[in-house]
Design a protein around this ligand. Structure first.
Ligand code: SF4
Length: 899
């Protein structure tokens, strides 16, 4: 089949890298970085470079499915039946209980055009502001911080500022892991300018922290104390920019007094770092001439996240480090289009083009632009509030698009309860097997990356085109298309004669054109931008008003801010502890975050075996002293307990952890482990300004538990049919501790590791691992509690294996299955086959499949980083593993894996 190349944008993080997709008429074959895209200049990280491997259809939702009663199974229906039913249910609910009895929960992974239609549907047609998004969980504190301090939700800096900075302060971000391509740029800036100072503020000694000139390992939640003490030093050392403050800001006097109350010594005792380090950090920041801050969830996911942001922005305003090359407070967005969602006002408190819901003039402008009589003034339910309202029966019907709140929201038990109580749940998703899809009365198949047309905006305000290279599977449709179709049907049911006119779109370009008109005269004016401009000139930053040749790289160069006075505002912030302080029965502090090679709830990355090589299973990272105090050894089973729930997982010591802190990755949910994942433990308390919940801190206790019996099950998957994976997923909850991972490139396989304190129920497991068409052999030694069974195909290749009592052959079996080797059954069942060799262990470099053991062996033979790279090629393609290679070459035994 003829091949074609399509330029698009990576669908993972907010760096927004350009990609080139190679495809034939039906399938995506390969992907590489777009050398012309200014976000990445051809680079991709491991996730981006594996995008083509995640484009299989095995777990995709391909047809609408509906159940009319809660006890029924969903059945396939036509789009007409699906959307007529949805329109009927929503209309009936609205008529009986009012527009606020329904809600929409959407996603920072939707395209701007999708977002625009959903926002208009809720606020313009239904008449409710009950539309919020998973972006509430990642960046709403950054939004509130920018608006309160600078007057508008607009990151003032750009990626080029990384090249030009002379001091980079990274706060609450493991950039090396969460924004890898940007981190490559930081590495390059450091190499080009050895005097560039980097400071990392993070409770954990992550890869990013370990490589910095200074790591301030503050106690969780003490960022405000640190930043205020830095301001204290800047004042004492006369490093503030008095002229800038006088001409371009307001409110400094009050802040000055607050800062004087927080000397470095006081902050040092709150933060748990040395006062002299705070002084040094402040002096580096204040004297560099170009100081740039990069920050992310560590600041945002807090009950005082808005003030965390503001305390940092205060430092920039006080030193005039904003609006000039190499300087500025730069919030890194987690999701690919959290920015686009903000631009169209797709949140419960926003309106189109950065307008505010509580501003009557703004509401009137939007109503006029949309051609409706008004936009409701009552604030909508934000993420946590929306699911609370479902649980309390205040909201009765909900439409969830492109997100998995059952896994990603804090206190997931409450979210489950909300969806159980809801009268009608619509889930619109590309994948049919998310934790949330379980609750869907109506499941609508959406097209996904590589199949969609539209735009996204990255962290530096750059709008890029997303383009389709292949058709979606089955009857899946673009998100905007589904929303438009529903809106028209709902309008008819509600007797709204305007519905057809409100949603006239037949292409995403028409939606973009309407959106850009709403921005005219606003801070993010893109009235001069169009698909044609983006196609001919490439991705562009906003603002991009009519008549300009290119977008604006950095904001506020003239010192004029979009506030009523034109001045930026200093806001007084004071230290407050985390919402749930550790102590008593729960003496440890749980932190949650990202891993390098997984994305959110793993619905996409969890289909790519390669992406499990780095961290195959979820483990709790602990400080060695905390483990010793509890009698826990590496690999032991532990119960992580808090007032809300518990998880049973394996524990490992990590030199990254402060004493008293533990870390668990956010990615694993009930599809890949026994238990609901990290959010079974997190708190839903939220920041009063941003309503962003405190996903980063929860008080827990960790106890060693005895689960002496371990079982490992392996199953090869047949392309096009991943039923065994789904069956194994359905069995996970039967084990006290269990995790699924994948391995194999050409021959994808799945591995289940389970632990129990009693004998395993194996009958159903065996039906999943093999069937009557396969040969099987088994070995049992009841005295030793050993039971093994393997299944082979007609060619003698292992298709499935189950080991309990003695799992020593698991690593060897994985290698045979990965390579589809023909194995005599006797050898496969032997306790430790002669050919077993050494297990390869964790993969560090995915591009060249280089393991930690390979690197250690090279280092033992005297290789340094360059030598390792030369001999093994690791770190020479995407570069995501370079920080870890550096650590291994320095013989630092702890390798960071998470953000
Ligand atoms: Fe995608 Fe990686 Fe670029 Fe983020 S850094 S946009 S995940 S390729």
């Amino acid at each position: 089949m003829p091949m074609k190349e399509t330029k698009s944008t990576c669908c993972y993080c907010g760096v927004g890298c350009g990609v080139v997709i190679r495809s034939d008429a039906k399938r995506i074959i390969a992907v590489h970085g777009d050398p012309d895209h200014p976000a990445n200049f051809g680079r991709l990280c491991t996730k981006g470079a594996s995008l083509h491997l995640s484009s299989g259809h095995e777990l995709r939702a391909c047809y609408p499915e509906l159940r009319r009663g809660r006890n029924e199974t969903r059945r396939r229906v036509s789009w007409d039946e699906a959307l007529d039913h949805a329109a009927g249910r929503f209309a009936a609910t609205i008529r009986a209980h009012g527009p606020d009895s329904v809600g929409f929960y959407v996603s920072g992974q939707l395209l701007t055009e999708d977002y625009y239609v959903f926002n208009k549907l809720a606020k313009g047609l239904v008449g409710t502001n009950n539309i919020d998004t998973n972006s509430r969980l990642c960046m709403s504190s950054a939004v509130a911080g920018y608006k309160l301090s600078l007057g508008a939700d607009a990151p003032p800096a750009c990626y080029e500022d990384i090249d030009l900075a002379r001091c980079i302060l990274i706060a609450g971000s493991n950039t090396a892991v969460a924004h890898p391509v940007l981190y490559r740029r930081i590495e390059a800036a450091r190499a080009a300018n050895p005097s560039l100072k980097t400071i990392v503020v993070d409770p954990r000694r992550t890869d990013t922290a370990a490589e910095a000139d200074m790591h301030l390992a503050i106690a969780p939640g003490t960022d405000i104390a640190l930043f205020t003490a830095m301001l204290h030093v800047l004042l004492a050392d006369k490093l503030i920019h008095t002229e800038y403050i006088r001409r371009h800001t307001e409110g400094f006097d009050r802040l000055k007094w607050a800062a004087r109350e927080c000397p470095p010594e006081r902050a040092a005792s709150l933060c748990g770092v040395a006062a002299r380090d705070i002084v040094t950090a402040a002096r580096w920041f204040g004297t560099s001439g170009a100081s740039l801050s990069l920050y992310c969830q560590g600041l945002n996911q807090s009950t005082h996240g808005t003030h965390n942001n503001i305390a940092l922005i205060n430092l920039h305003l006080a030193t005039g480090q904003i609006g000039k090359p190499g300087a500025g407070p730069f919030s890194l967005t987690g999701q690919p289009n959290a920015m686009g969602g903000r631009e169209v006002g797709g949140m419960a408190n926003l309106l189109s083009a950065h307008r505010d819901l509580d501003n009557p003039r703004h509401r009137a402008e939007v109503a006029r632009l949309w051609g409706v009589t008004d936009v409701p003034s009552k604030p909508g339910k934000t993420a946590v509030e929306l699911f609370d309202a479902l649980r309390e029966g205040e909201v009765r019907a909900v439409w969830i698009a492109c997100t998995n709140p059952v896994q990603s929201m804090p206190e997931s038990t409450l979210v489950r309860a909300g969806l159980e109580r809801a009268e009608f749940v619509v889930v619109q998703d590309a994948y049919r097997n998310t934790d949330t899809a379980e609750f869907a009365d109506l499941l609508l198949p959406a097209s996904s990356w590589g199949e969609k047309e539209g735009t996204v905006t990255n962290s530096e305000r750059r709008i890029s085109r997303v383009r389709a290279s292949v058709p979606p599977p089955g009857e899946a449709k673009a998100d905007w298309d589904i929303a438009v179709d529903f809106a028209r049907r709902l309008g008819a049911r509600l007797g709204n004669p305007l519905a057809q006119e409100l949603f006239p779109y037949s292409s995403p370009e028409q939606i973009f054109d309407e959106h850009r008109k709403t921005t005219r005269g606003r801070d993010l004016d893109i009235s001069g931008m169009s698909y044609a401009v983006l196609d001919s000139q490439g991705p562009q930053q906003w603002p991009y008003p009519s008549g300009v040749p290119v977008g604006l790289a950095r904001l506020y160069a003239n010192g004029v801010f979009p506030t009523p006075s034109g001045r930026a505002r200093f806001v007084v912030t004071r230290h407050r502890p985390v919402w749930e302080a550790s102590g008593g029965a729960y003496p440890l502090q749980l932190n949650t975050g990202r891993l390098r090679d997984q994305w959110h709830g793993m619905s996409r990355t969890g289909t790519v075996p390669r992406l499990f090589g780095h961290v195959p299973e979820p483990v709790l990272s602990m400080h060695a002293d905390d483990m010793a105090a509890r009698g826990i050894k590496d690999g032991d089973s532990v119960r992580v307990r808090c007032v809300r729930g518990e998880l049973v997982v394996r524990a490992e010591s990590s030199a990254e952890q402060r004493r008293g802190d533990v870390f668990f990755p956010m990615h694993w949910g009930s599809r890949f482990m026994s238990g609901a994942g990290a959010n079974a433990l997190t708190v839903s308390a939220f920041d009063p300004y941003s309503k962003q919940p405190e996903l980063k801190h929860a008080a827990v206790e960790v106890l060693r538990i005895e689960l002496p019996n371990e079982l490992i099950a392996l199953r090869r998957l047949v392309p096009g049919d991943w039923t065994p994976l789904e069956r194994l997923q359905s069995l996970l909850g039967r084990f006290p501790l269990a995790a699924l991972s994948m391995f194999g490139e050409e021959h994808a396989c799945v591995m289940l590791r389970a632990r129990s304190d009693g004998p395993f129920e194996i009958a159903e497991l065996d039906r999943t691992l093999g069937d009557d068409t396969l040969r099987s052999a088994s070995y049992e030694d009841q005295a030793r509690g050993v039971a093994k069974r393997i299944w082979t195909d007609a060619n003698g290749r292992i298709t499935g294996a189950r080991l309990s009592g003695d799992t020593t052959a698991a690593a060897w079996l994985k290698e045979q299955m990965r390579n589809a080797v023909v194995v005599p059954p006797g050898l496969a069942l032997a306790p430790r086959p002669a050919a077993a060799g050494t297990p390869r262990g964790r993969i560090v470099c995915n591009c060249f499949e280089v393991s930690e053991a390979d690197v250690r062996a090279a280092v033992a033979h005297g290789a340094d980083l360059q030598g390792v790279q030369r001999s093994l090629k690791c770190g020479t393609s995407c570069g995501s593993c370079v920080p870890q290679l550096r650590r291994l070459c320095l013989k630092d035994s702890s390798v960071s894996t998470a953000a």
